[in-house]
Design a protein around this ligand. Structure first.
Ligand SMILES: *Cc1c(COP(=O)(O)O)cnc(C)c1O
Length: 432
């Protein structure tokens, strides 16, 4: 198949109708599929034939949209999940069992941190969190004999750290485990982690991919490069027979390219059932069709807003890797040359009270527990997502009481800046 640019793939990838077929991706709103014989359906149950029999495992609409995301990321196979949380759960659980261990960057989304540190710990999977800026040797020191993967986020939500892919990929591969990357904030328009050594890429499609706040969803993409059979003892789920499918061995039957996603579908979707609905997959696809047009605008607005804030006397500090003085600017120039994302975080003078007051004066930017949307939205982590923590605990977690996460949409930057300007004007704090 001819390789197209990211824009063409975003519009036309995954679905190639033939003569007389619908131009738009059909919504196959059916839980089940009809067969002429039990024998024909039985072959699907045995993974001998590929096809559809029940939408908890696979659905044509979901597979079509997953195929587009797969093409965008340059992977070998992909699947949709009900949410980004489900994508991370399945990606880890597909290769780690009770008694296993994972090394993860400490700079990750709060929901993912909770999933790893609390819920997966209850399932018997232990995590060690490492500073993403630590040296390769320090990260390697966190590995144990039972470590099964290394995990990180391209641009961390909400810390906005940029991952050093080459360092992470070399550590993972030296230690004989796959590198799993959450690419939600960058999207494949701004970064393709597989080209930098990632083995598995996960997404919360709820964010930029959908982009319109319409549907919660997730995706998992396999690069198809990790050689499971070369680490046979480490990944028995992929390299030894699965008795629930008459003893097939995924890595043998489906190869490097297909084993991971086939196992995650046939075992984990079968048992957990965290599927994306065909209707949501359709909405997601509408979002994907303009992803390459929206991302540059998100980045342009993010850059302008960050520059404006960095010069404002009422603003204490701004975090945005597009600013030359940002700690991650150099890594961003290497891994995100076309832009990072539209999310900017900043600290306001006057503490928590000033942060809350500033937000209450915003007219365009809406207070929401959301991010990476076409409409600008804003969040004060200290009084919402992290409100259980004391001021001291907040500081320790890097969630300062005066920190605001500002997610630039695709409106006109002049209007967003004017909105920020009038809200800052209304906050009674001393300028320094
Ligand atoms: C939002 C988010 C998630 C979780 O996704 P949901 O779709 O809300 O379940 C995971 N990772 C990152 C980076 C996110 O921003």
């Amino acid at each position: 198949m001819k390789k197209y640019g990211a824009g063409t793939t975003a519009v036309q990838g995954g679905y190639r109708p033939s003569n007389g077929e619908p131009r738009q991706v059909p919504i196959v709103q059916s839980t089940t599929f009809k067969f002429d014989t039990g024998e024909a359906m039985g072959r699907l149950f045995d993974l001998e034939d590929s096809g559809y029999f029940y939408s908890r495992l696979q659905n044509p609409t979901c597979d079509t949209v997953a195929a587009k995301i797969c093409e965008l990321e340059g992977g070998s196979a992909a699947m949709l999940t009900s949410s980004g949380q489900a994508a991370n759960l399945l990606a880890i659980f597909n290769i780690a069992n009770a008694g296993d261990h994972i090394v993860s960057s400490s700079s990750i989304y709060g929901g993912t941190f909770n999933l790893f540190a609390v819920t997966m710990k209850k399932m018997g999977i232990d995590f060690t969190f490492v500073d993403p800026d630590a040296s390769a040797e320090e990260i390697k020191a966190a590995f144990k004999e039972n470590t099964k993967a290394l995990f990180g986020e391209t641009i961390a939500n909400p810390a906005l750290t940029v991952l050093d892919f080459e360092k992470f990929a070399s550590v993972a591969h030296d230690m004989g485990v796959p590198l799993i990357i959450d690419n939600t904030f960058a999207t494949p328009i701004n970064c393709r982690p597989i080209e930098w050594g990632a083995d598995i890429v996960v997404h919360s499609t709820t964010k930029y991919m959908d982009g319109h706040g319409a549907a919660v969803g997730g995706a998992i993409v396999d690069a198809g490069k990790f050689d499971w059979m070369a680490h046979k003892d480490k990944f028995p789920g992929l390299t030894t027979p699965d008795e629930s499918y008459h003893g097939i061995t995924y890595a043998e039957k489906f190869g490097k390219e297909g084993a991971f996603i086939t196992k995650a579908t046939a075992q984990l979707m079968r048992d957990f059932g965290c599927v994306q609905s065909p209707m949501n997959a359709y909405y997601l696809n509408l979002g994907l069709e303009s992803l390459h047009v929206r991302m540059p605008r998100h980045c342009e607005n993010g850059q302008r807003v960050a520059e404006y804030l960095s010069r404002h006397p009422k603003i204490r500090s701004v975090t945005y890797c597009g600013l030359p003085e940002d700690k991650y600017h150099k890594l961003a120039m290497k891994y995100l040359p076309n832009g990072s994302c539209g999310v900017v975080s900043f600290r306001i003078n006057g503490g928590k009270k000033a942060a809350e007051e500033f937000m209450s004066h915003l007219k365009l930017a809406a207070i929401e527990t959301h991010v990476a949307d076409a409409r600008t939205c804003v969040l004060h982590p200290a009084s919402t997502t992290h409100r259980q923590l004391s001021d001291a605990e907040l500081e320790a977690a890097g969630i300062y009481p005066d920190l605001i996460r500002f997610s630039c949409g695709i409106e006109d930057s002049e209007d967003l800046i004017a909105d920020i300007a009038q809200a800052l004007e209304a906050v009674e704090i001393e300028s320094i």
